[in-house]
Design a protein around this ligand. Structure first.
Ligand SMILES: O=C1C[C@@](O)(C(=O)O)C[C@@H](O)[C@@H]1O
Length: 243
């Protein structure tokens, strides 16, 4: 069975998943305008989606100082355009930004498994710095025919946590994703995160934890994927008291 997912000081519990809010800002001004709200919200972890940034030369200079402003564990994610993000994959930039994240206080980084082969040095650096590596895969377009097989392959990879997201169009596809999540989570010690993107998959974001998905994303200022609930709606669905 999967062990309990820990990101920095945040630990998933059996009664609810870890809640992560994505921060998508283009520059330092936007960052300063939103950071307090993110720090004060009810989420456990902040995902800094650095692919939303506009001038990466600035981000490289500012990253250490900006990372110091978070008061919750931070997951740093460079989501590439091929997997639904805002910036194309650039090997040097991907490596440099993730190195900065690892050595300047991020609790976790997301590495798309498609790039894991060329990014093995990042894995090593993350392990040396006790930074959790989430290996992610996002399937856009029609739902996958054999999710269980995909998850079974993903858990074999040298990452700490497996995250799988796919577009779903029907309730049946969402059920297949949930069932596969349960089956794989019972047979591995790796924590899993799965979600169905789009309206038909929304319930996977609220009940997925009952099937072994230990983390869910909700939006605070801007949604980062189709079907994401607002943080307040997610908290209501999970019967958490609002702050
Ligand atoms: O991988 C994910 C999951 C996600 O795509 C979602 O569907 O909630 C949102 C992204 O910000 C995050 O990096």
């Amino acid at each position: 069975m999967s062990k309990s997912l820990q990101i920095g000081s945040a630990q998933a519990k059996a009664r609810r998943p870890l809640i992560v809010v994505p921060l998508l800002v283009e520059d330092a001004t936007m960052f300063q305008a939103q950071i307090t709200q993110f720090n004060q919200c009810q989420a456990d972890v902040i995902e800094w989606r650095i692919d939303a940034w506009h001038f990466f030369a600035d981000l490289i200079k500012l990253m250490p100082q900006l990372l110091g402003q978070f008061n919750k564990p931070v997951l740093v994610t460079y989501r590439t355009q091929d997997e639904g993000g805002l910036t194309a994959f650039d090997q040097n930039l991907y490596r440099q930004l993730n190195q900065l994240a690892i050595t300047n206080g991020a609790s976790a980084i997301d590495i798309e498994v498609a790039h894991l082969g060329v990014m093995h040095d990042l894995r090593t650096l993350a392990y040396q710095n006790q930074v959790t590596v989430i290996g992610s895969k996002h399937c856009l377009g029609p739902a996958q025919a054999d999710v269980q097989n995909i998850l079974a392959e993903l858990v074999k990879l040298p990452v700490d946590v497996v995250k799988f997201a796919e577009d779903v169009q029907t309730s049946t596809e969402t059920d297949a994703l949930l069932t596969a999540t349960r089956a794989i989570s019972l047979g591995t010690d790796k924590p899993l995160i799965t979600m169905g993107m789009g309206a038909a998959g929304q319930r996977s974001r609220t009940i997925g934890y009952q099937y072994g998905s230990q983390l869910t994303f909700a939006s605070l200022t801007k949604a980062s994927a189709a079907g994401q609930l607002s943080l307040s709606d997610l908290c209501k669905a999970l019967n958490m008291n609002e702050k």
